[in-house]
Design a protein around this ligand. Sequence first.
Ligand SMILES: [Zn+2]
Length: 424
Amino acid sequence: MRSSNRKIVYLTLAIAVIFIIYAFYFTTTKSSSDDEVKILFIGIDGADWEMIGSLVEQGMLPNFERLIKSGASTKINTNEKGGSAVYWTTIATGQHSKKHGIKGFVYDDPSTKEEEKIPYTSNMRKTKAFWNILSEMNISVGVVGWFITWPVEEVDGFMVSSYYGVKDTEQLTWKGTVYEDTPDMVYPDTLDDRIDSLIQIAKNRSYQDIRDIIKPSALKSTSLTLNEMKWAFVADEIYNEIGIDLYKEKRPRVFAVYFNGLDVVGHRFTSKSEKEQREIESKYGDVQRNYYLHMDSVVGQFINLSDRNTIIIVASDHGLMRGEHTNNGVFIISGPNIKENIFLERPINLTDVTPTMLYLMGLPVPEDMDGQVFKDVISKEYLDENEVVYIDSYGMREIAGVTPNRTQFDAEIVERLKSLGYLN
Ligand SMILES: [Zn+2]
């Protein structure tokens, strides 16, 4: 009698527990997010499969590994010329430079003297980037640090332009440069104060964090190489801080963030010559490897904030090994409607990225984009249920200018580009 009573109590308890778990699961999955598909895009300039492959094999990039195993990966084919400023604009527009109008790092006006070259600015882009299209289609978007986005653009969401960084004598940054007193770096400008405080946090943290990347004993050096590395790193720390903060708080449906440090490291801390490579490593440590490890943790921070309806994309614009660009850049995509655990033979083109994102967001693909939906990474079920819908065009940008906007820091930026070997 007593034992059968106990059985009933246990049974009732068990049913109650199952019910509570079920109710909890049901309500949290309902409230954590609606069923809308989202995209988290992490752009890493110069990320190369050769390094990622080898470090993943050694178990040193757990977050890259997680993404690769859960999603579809392939090389990105740099079907463009003119350097990273052009490539990232090509990724963002799905069009070649002939259409989008950004043709290099600096505006090449034949009447301009060499020393008066002006960095390209966003008003020179003639065609719409994905953030313009999404905004017009009422899909919220957040963009942080993307190349050639100063002056910042009005979007349905927020944007922090590529000129955000820090300016002081030691840590002048570009591809992330805050030149104080330069307007139009943040949209909406109600975020200005918040961004300023995030910059301070990131800047302070970077003094410590850089010790994971460069041998602390080498940090006192005042070499140009080291200074370049410092500003690139501070810029990445700032975009990381701002990106995490705004992504967490604003939850845009499409969020994109760009990091430049791996490219700078590849250009300055690796070499074709094995002898030179050994010298660099004995002085500074294995800076390139350390930076990949750092980027893995950055990728992990963003992934951990995304929900289960989020398609995660990690992409570079080209690869970079032994001091030279390669055509071995990365494209990794994972999430709903994406194939799992597959490495594809066929590469995606820079121009295919935006058409593919538009299709995955349920939007029509414009015929005036040079790329196509890269179906190889998308699940058969999604392809079967969602025919690609084409339209002629999303139209041109009305505000496109004929010359770049000027800042009082143009000469400094051009100098820095030259010192990095980006200009001849
Ligand atoms: Zn690049």
